[in-house]
Each structure stands twice: as structure tokens, then as C-alpha cells.
Design a protein around this ligand. Sequence first.
Ligand code: WTA
Length: 647
Amino acid sequence: MSDKTFPVSKEFADQAHINHAKYEEMYARSINDPDAFWAEQANEYVTWFKPWKKTVDWSFAQADLHINWFTEAKLNVSYNCIDRHLEKRGDQTAIIWEGDSPEDTRLISYRELHKEVCQLANVLKERGVKKGDRVSLYMPMIPEATFAMLACTRIGAVHSIVFGGFSPEALSSRIQDSDCSVVITADQSMRGGKRVPLKANADVALKTCPSVHTCIVVKRGGDPIEWTEGRDVWYHDEVAKASVDCEPEQMDSEDPLFILYTSGSTGTPKGVLHTTGGYLVQAAMSHKTVFDYKDGDVYWCTADVGWVTGHTYIVYGPLTNGATTVMFEGIPSYPDMSRFWQIIDKHQVNIFYTAPTAIRSLMAAGNEPVEKTSRASLRVLGTVGEPINPEAWDWYHNVIGGGRCPIVDTWWQTETGGHMMTPLPGVNDLKPGSAMQPFFGVSPVLLDDEGNVIEGNPAAGNLAIDRPWPGAIRGVYGDPKRFYETYFAMFPGYYFTGDGARRDEDGHYWITGRVDDVLNISGHRLGTAEIEAALGLHPKVAEAAVVGYPHDLTGQGIYAYVTPMNGEVGTDELKAELIATVRKEIGPIAKVNIIQWSPGLPKTRSGKIMRRILRKIATNEIDSMGDTSTLAEPSVVDDLVAHRENT
Ligand code: WTA
């Protein structure tokens, strides 16, 4: 926490869409009269083919759990992102694509976007894809990824994007869970001058996915690949043959739009389901108000489309608003540590949205790579994904933004679809590290562990939301029971976020991190259960327990306690094998930092592993370990403490 504040400048507030008084007025209306408020926003941001009957119809109760926004209304997402802009901005650049190599740039106008999307939509139709069918995307950050998302929405297919850094195993389980019939991928992806063999990975995955009859392959890297006749087709061949006309499907507001897998406390990753109308309203409205986006701005979000930030804030929000959105294929350190800032100058980026982990790693490279660029075009900066530490905030503000750009620290989740708590750039005197206040329509509460609402300020507790917002998760794909149990069972009547938060004396919110068994590694969510399951696949592992610990660069690191089989002694060789097993099962983002050989794990008498104790050992807070008397074998703790690894 930092007690410095950075006052909003009068100049910025005067030109902003929303200033302090307007926020107060709009927020009050969004809570006191949500029907009228959201009806107004829905008409302002989205074009509907048919109006709705009810703005919102909902219940968080177990027997009747449902969230419906803009009931019975009809719309189409690709129509909103493309067609309706054609008359006024057909020649305007919709996507600025910046390749891995600085020589590779492509500008795509709204008119070209329309053609590309219609053609690909027709290819999907020819391959038998119908409204409601699921299509899996396993793609590099190339324009075709956006075309594919929009082509799905055009015909009412439901996309499920799997981040290109995930392993074949992870891809396969996601394809199977959502029963996809088509996969769209590329031969290789290019990142930092290196190639990732996406198609080869997909080939491995598809061995266990009998539901997939078509694999559409974009040529990107150009290296040779294996080919399965009948199943595999080249993207460019098929698109070249397809018609450029494709009527957008009339979708119901509550028809599924996409599935995106994310990690939770228990079990395998779950398919978070988002639907059409409410999601799009929230995406567009938050993109415009949170970033103070104005017509003509160049906007850049550095996320990957494999994550929710890429869905909402590279594609759906900006394109619904007719913006120019930058899509970057590469990484911040290639060809050198100056790349982000060079791209900002090259394309005159006005709004820049990235993750604290990227800021920290660039900060570690010093100011020189930054100072050789101008960045004078920047007006608003944003962060997302994890709490930002005050040093990184200061550096972002002073060195990157030259002290003149407000920073919006946006707290939200895959499940929330769009921003939930964030400063607005024309509204707040900023407090580094604070997500400040709820977005419109969001009604947060802090609950104690018994589920009682904690009133007054300051306060701290479990962060929950007491009513639905338009972009809210509508289900866990194929598993209604898990939907209720994951989000609504812990505190009946509330959506539970899994995060803890503090409210300061002024009523501003500070997210303190996950209170469940979800880790946040470089802004990527990983469940401890998934990592433990991967470790358990190794034949020499009897048992494993995983916790997080604070890590300077990645926010959190992975600390694994592993019990080898048959009381054997662990070796460095086995450590390396285990690290490789987890990487293979989940993907390179799941990098185990520390393995401690553990002859036993602390368990309750009923056999439940007490992670609270393991967390304390990992973070070297032995003195505040709390009561260990309920353990089946208290002595295992002494052994773990004696052999803890330095973090
Ligand atoms: C964390 C990413 C602090 C939080 C959009 C949340 C944050 C999880 C912030 C969701 C922030 C996200 N400050 N923590 N500004 N933004 N988080 O689903 O723990 O990948 O629950 O969505 O990231 O991660 P997810």
C-alpha cells in the first residue's frame, strides 16, 4: 500500500467522457434503477435487430439459478463489430497488426475485416458448422485469430480459444469438454524469433478428439507439417474459394457467445460460458468509459486473445466502438527491451493496456530502453491481471507515461466478462495499487468467513457481488452443478469472486489476492489442484501439494511439496523430471519454481492437506503458523520447517 495519491488533472477531467460528478450520478442510477440505466446503455452501445422484453431477470438461489439480460432481444456480434461501421468508417483501420518482427505490419480496414470474416464464416458453414456448434481456436496472435472469432459469431458458432502456450494435453481436454467439431490453428506461431509448433501440438491433441472432423490451418511459420487428408485444410485455400457475402445470424441475447477455460480451486479447468447481449454491452461501455476512448484514438491492449482480456479488450469492446485496435504477435523483449515503446511511437498509440508482470520485467531492464523512445502519443495507461506494487506503478506512471497519463488499475475476472472495479481516468485521484471503486452496476460487498456483510470503513474480507452485471458468467459449460458450487454455494445469495479485498477509510477498494487455491503466475491463473494432478502423473510421486509464494517478477511462484514413492529419497534428476512433467501436461506457463522433498504432508485426521501450514512454511512465516494440534501427525511440520527451501 502507498499513501501517495495522484490527483486527476483538471485538463483531463474537462475533456473526459466521465468526470467525478457524472460518475456519482451514473453509478447511483445504475444501482437504484438498473433496468432504466442498462436499457439506456444497451441502446447507446449496441445495435439490436429486435428489442428486449425485460432488461434483467435473475436469481442466485440454488434451485433457480439464472442470469438473463435483455430477454428475447436479437442481435449479432459481428454485425455490431463490423457491418454497422461500414458506411462511416469502411476505410478506417480496424486492426493494426504488428508482427513478431518489426518489419511485419499489416493494416486491416473495417471493409477488409468484413470481407475476411464473411469468407471464413462461409468456410465454416461449408464444413457443416451450425448455430450453437463449438469451434476451438488454437492460434498465434495474427489477424486470422480475430477473423475466426468474428466468423464464429457471425454464424452463431461458439468459440473456445485455447491459449497457444498450452500443451497438447491441455488442448485435448478442452476440445473434448466442449465437444468441438472444428479446430482452427496455424502451422507455427512466432514469438521472440522462436517458433511454437501449433499444428504439431494440435495433431497430438486431435488423436484423442474424435469429435473434430475439420482442422483449418493458417500458414504462418512456413515450416513443414504433417497432414491428415480429409480433416486438414489450408485456411488460405478455403477462404479464396468462399463467397464474400454472409448474412449475420440473428442471435438471442442469451445465446452462447464463447467458452473460455479457466482454473479454479478444484479439479480441471472449467469452461466459463458467456452469452451475447449483456456481454457486448458491458465490453463496449467499459472500453469507452474506462479508457476514456475517443473516436480516432489508437488503442493497444497487449494481452493474448487466448485470455479473457484479449477477448473483451482487443476484439469485442474496441471493435463494437469502431476503434482502431493494435494486435501484437510478439513479446516485449524482442528484438530488444524497447519493443513496446517503439510500437507505441510507430503507431502513435494513445491508450495502452498491459499487465503488472510485463511492467516489472521491463522495469528491471532500466530506463534506457524507454528513454530512447518518445511515447508522447500516450494519454491513458491501464493494468490488469494482478495487484500492482507501488514501485511498478510509479515507474509506469513516471517513466512510461511521463507523469501525465492516468493509470486505470482494472480488477476483473474471466467470469466477469469485463471490468468490475477500476478508477476512471477523469474521475479519481489515483492511489497506486487500488482498484478504487466499482464500475457501473457492480455492487460489491465484503463478507466475513461466516458470510456476514462487513459494513463501514476501513474493512477487509471476502469480495463478493450481490447482483448480476451484464457481462457475468452464465454457466460452467456442461456442468450446472459446478456453476452453483463454484460461485454461489460459499456465500448463498452472492457471487463469490475468490478474491480478498480491503476497503480503506475513503471507501476505496484494494484487491489483496486470491483467498482460494488459485495461483496467479505472471497474471495467469493456475489451480494448485491441476499442478498437483500433473505431478501425481509421475510414477515416482506418491503425493504432492502445491502452494504459492510471493515472487518479485511473476507476482507468485509455485512451491511444491512432493513425497516420493516408497519412502525413496528425491534427487535433482527427479526434480528436473517433475518440472518437465508439469510443463508438458499444462504448458510452459506452469513453471514449478521450488520442489521440497517431503516425507509426509500435514493432514487433518480426516486426511485433508492443510495448505494453510504449507503456505506459512513456503513464505517463512513459521511463527504465525497457528494451531497445528488438529493434525494427524504434528511432527511432519517440524521436518518440513527444518528442510524448507529458500524462496
Ligand atoms: C486477479 C483477468 C488485482 C484477481 C482479467 C482475479 C487482479 C484474477 C486484477 C482473475 C487487478 C485481475 N488487481 N488482482 N487489477 N485483475 N486480478 O480470470 O485475483 O485471468 O480473481 O482474469 O486475477 O484472473 P483472470
